[in-house]
Design a protein around this ligand. Structure first.
Ligand code: APR
Length: 311
């Protein structure tokens, strides 16, 4: 599959990996390699997606494989391999099982694509990103996790629905840990075309939207007895596009902190500038007192989870 198009590897041909592949192929970001441990699964998923090309109008190649040799020379590697949560489970409960999977995957993919940008998706996200960062030995700019892109699009959606305005006209970010309890939706800077949402809705309604945002993933899991994949896939596609097209998009990502926000040696969601180099800058934005308190609690909870990581 050597060619001029960038190669994007997605490890884990489950629901999130397949949705990401779908969005990425339809935006023609590059050729897609789907890898999974289950024989036949990534090959079948890849063929199915490839066969949509003539109708959907994309020309990129989609390949499924169980062999990491096919991932060699990727520009972006997305790691979704792992076990997802079942109804009633928290993301944190997955730590032991998924740590072994993420470690094994990182050891396979990083040596074959040492210059790639790596995006971790496996939950519990902040702990898995930290583990992958440590195991990989990569600079933090090129290994980070999906959290804020997804949580923020959910926050924006709920704000837009509540206000009855276009989904596109709402801007808002979610930082902190990617958990129901500890994510930090930044209500103080949420706005509609620059107008603070606090001018457009009551404090009670805003609090209700924040609460729904925290439980957005859980709400879906309870409804359909399986975890979400379409919005996670779209968020991954946006992050991949920001890197491959050097867009300098401002997207909160889970990244290793080395003094930013007064924190060190922990991976947690903060706003960053995403471009060809991966995380090109971390933006330290002003938080309200309440957001600041919530962010500290979020980091503390993440540190507790890191302590539970297998050595
Ligand atoms: N190597 C490669 N693939 C693996 C491995 C491994 N060692 N272990 C598991 N997988 C694959 C599974 O075979 C499965 O196809 O990972 C895929 C995971 O897909 P799903 O079970 O459908 O899970 P999904 O909903 O896509 O979520 C994946 O992302 O959001 C997180 O919590 C979620 O950790 C979970 C991950």
């Amino acid at each position: 599959m050597a060619g001029a198009r960038p190669k994007i590897t997605i490890v884990g041909a489950g629901t999130v990996g397949t949705a990401a592949a779908h969005w990425i192929a339809s935006r023609q970001l590059g050729d897609v390699v789907l890898v999974d441990i289950v024989e036949g699964l990534p090959q079948g998923k890849a063929l199915d997606l490839q066969q949509a090309g003539p109708i959907a109008g994309f020309d990129v190649r989609v390949v499924g494989t169980n062999d990491y040799a096919d991932t060699t020379g990727s520009r972006v590697v997305i790691v979704t391999a792992g076990v997802p949560r079942k109804p009633g489970m928290t993301r944190e409960e997955l730590v032991g099982t998924n740590a072994g999977i993420v470690r094994a995957v990182v050891e396979q993919v990083v040596p074959r694509s040492p210059d790639a940008v790596f995006i971790i998706v496996t939950n519990p996200l902040d702990a898995m990103t930290y583990l992958a960062y440590r195991v990989s030995g990569l600079p933090r700019e090129r290994l980070f996790g999906l959290s804020g892109a997804l949580d923020s699009t959910r926050f924006r959606t709920f704000l837009a629905l509540e206000l009855g305005v276009s989904l596109q006209d709402v801007q808002a970010m979610v930082i902190g840990a990617h958990t129901d309890k500890d994510m930090v939706p930044l209500a103080s800077s949420a706005n509609v075309r620059g107008v603070p949402v606090s001018q457009l809705m009551s404090a009670e309604r805003l609090q209700a939207v924040v609460a729904r945002t925290r439980r957005a993933g859980a709400e879906i899991t309870e409804l359909m007895k399986a975890s979400a994949f379409t919005a996670p896939g779209a968020a991954l596609c946006a992050m991949t596009e920001a890197v491959l097209r050097d867009q300098k998009r401002v997207i909160p990502c889970c990244v290793y902190l080395d003094g930013e926000y007064g924190e060190r040696d922990v991976c947690v969601g903060v706003p960053v500038v995403l471009g060809a180099g991966g995380v090109e800058r971390i933006l330290e934005v002003a938080l309200s007192e309440e957001e600041e308190r919530a962010f500290r609690a979020s980091v503390a909870a993440t540190r507790e989870l890191l302590a539970a990581l297998p050595a």
